[in-house]
Ligand binder design. Structure first.
Ligand SMILES: *Cc1c(COP(=O)(O)O)cnc(C)c1O
Length: 483
């Protein structure tokens, strides 16, 4: 049976179900499969004509033991997870007319119109399935830079075995994203608007880590998380790399490049693992905005935390790409002692310099770049004027990074991951198009209808967030348990 271990090496191997329900490993590490499955060229060939859901079934079957989730259960979990998606095919790819061999992979056709729906639709469904089977209840807690929160809230809403606590940095996400969380009326959804967090979502993550460290509280409230710390997110996200590859290539074996607007490195970690499994990817592009943490990691070997800059691509205003540690674990052949030492050194000093050998190893097949707001706006404008296709600011960062790196990319086909619908960022679109009027591509019916609903939210100052959360979560727990 495939077991899961912590990349810090401090917990005994657990089964898939435990890894998913825990979220974090107890030693503060990230769960990884003990062995990464591999996929052969023959298998890829056989998968060439599969739909997204059929392909997801094949790939997840490599990670999930049948004794834990049967084939029928897995099919049913996938089908029900993706039922609320709006487009045939779930993840359509559009070829740009004004660029050579460039495809936009639209990952935003789920109910909260960002790529977070891809991972969370399945993961929350799976968590709920496990909880129902065990007759247990979990308190999920996530921090968001604008998209994880809405998706977690949407998929948790009304699920009686889950309470979802969703923290967001007030004023650092768009009003459209905020309403996606606050307009849900379900009693098990608890949005928290947190004022005065200088480092945005990273500050909220720090408070969540503290709650995790509070062992009594964690156990009593059955605390867990579905942010991309959770292996289930990364696992699910490997599927769209395989899918993109099979959609755009003429022949299995051909190599492609992919550009990924990145913050926490969850999406890119999935891409890197897909490549380790055997998917013929030439380059993965880490596309950063001015918060250029990955650009530093992949160009100079420096892992460091700098001050937060608010940008037009706010969902990737993230300082610490914590999923990098998961990827690095595989690049150092599972040497968890090294991972532990590096993580601890970074935590203690806020900066870390990898030695040249380690740097050479992990950066192979990666390119990185940092795109300014001016470039982002200009590119949205350019692509919309030239071909009437509207990029959201994150997809524009992805395409912008590939423009900057064009000389190093070669002739392979390029897939840019479009991680959000432009309707989540109307002010940015107005600035990009120099127009007060929004084009129809920048609107979405779900965003419009949320404006008419009443809002429910806890307001909180960052300084008192930890105690406010403990209090609110505790009383909710007692209330729902009828204590
Ligand atoms: C979360 C998010 C990203 C970044 O994904 P990571 O896995 O954190 O790198 C990119 N774009 C959008 C729109 C997002 O919401």
């Amino acid at each position: 049976m495939l077991k899961y271990i912590s990349n810090r090496g401090g917990v005994a191997p657990v089964d898939f179900e435990t890894a998913i329900l825990d979220g974090f490993a107890a030693d503060g590490g990230l769960y990884v499969p003990q062995v990464l499955p591999s996929v052969s060229a023959e298998q890829l060939q056989q998968w060439k004509d599969l739909t997204y859901l059929e392909l997801a079934f094949e790939i997840l079957s490599l990670f999930i033991d049948r004794s834990i989730v049967s084939a029928d259960e897995l099919k049913e979990l996938l089908t029900s997870a993706y039922a609320p998606f709006e487009k045939q095919g779930i993840i359509p790819l559009q070829q740009l007319k004004s660029r050579k061999d460039t495809y936009i992979m639209e990952l935003f056709h789920g109910p909260t119109i960002s790529f977070k729906d891809i991972g969370l639709a399945f993961l929350v469904n799976l968590v709920n399935f496990f909880l129902q089977r065990k007759g247990q209840h979990l308190s999920l807690i996530v921090a968001t830079t604008g998209d994880t929160g809405p998706a977690t809230a949407y998929f948790s809403a009304g699920k009686s075995n889950i309470d979802a606590w969703v923290l967001y940095p007030k004023e650092m996400i768009t009003p459209e994203q905020e309403r996606q969380m606050t307009s849900l009326q379900h009693a098990n959804i608890h949005p928290f608007a947190v004022s005065n967090c200088p480092d945005g979502g990273d500050d909220l993550d720090a408070v969540i880590s503290k709650l995790y460290g509070n062992q009594d509280f964690k156990e009593k409230l059955q605390l867990s998380s579905v942010n991309s710390i959770n292996w289930g997110r990364v696992m699910m996200q490997t599927v769209h790399y395989f899918y993109a590859y099979l959609q755009v290539t003429d022949q299995v074996g051909e190599k492609i490049n992919l550009s990924v607007p990145s913050g926490g490195f969850g999406n890119l970690c999935a891409g890197a693992l897909a490549r380790e499994m055997g998917l013929p990817i030439k380059n993965l592009l880490a596309a950063n905005n001015k918060n250029a943490c990955l650009q530093r990691i992949f160009s100079t070997g420096t892992f460091s935390k700098e001050a937060l800059i608010n940008t037009e691509s706010s969902a990737i205003d993230i300082l610490i790409p914590f999923n990098f540690w998961r990827y690095l674990y595989f690049k150092v052949n599972g040497d968890s002692q090294k991972i532990k030492d590096w993580m601890d050194e970074f935590k203690a000093s806020g900066t870390l310099q990898f030695d040249p050998q380690v740097f050479a190893c992990y950066s192979q097949g990666f390119l990185a770049s940092s795109v300014t707001d001016e470039q982002t706006l200009a590119l949205i404008n350019e692509i919309y004027s030239e071909e009437g296709y509207l990029l959201d600011p994150h997809a524009a960062v992805g395409l912008g990074a590939s423009d900057i790196l064009t000389d190093q990319l070669g002739d392979e086909k390029l897939v840019v991951l479009a991680t959000a619908h432009p309707a989540k960022f109307p002010e940015t679109i107005r600035r990009a198009l120099n127009s007060a009027e929004l084009p129809p591509e920048a609107t979405h019916h779900s965003i419009e209808s949320a404006k008419k609903l009443s809002q429910k939210v806890h307001l909180c100052e960052y300084q008192v967030l930890e105690s406010a959360l403990i209090h609110a979560m505790q009383s909710n727990w007692e209330l729902t348990k009828g204590l």
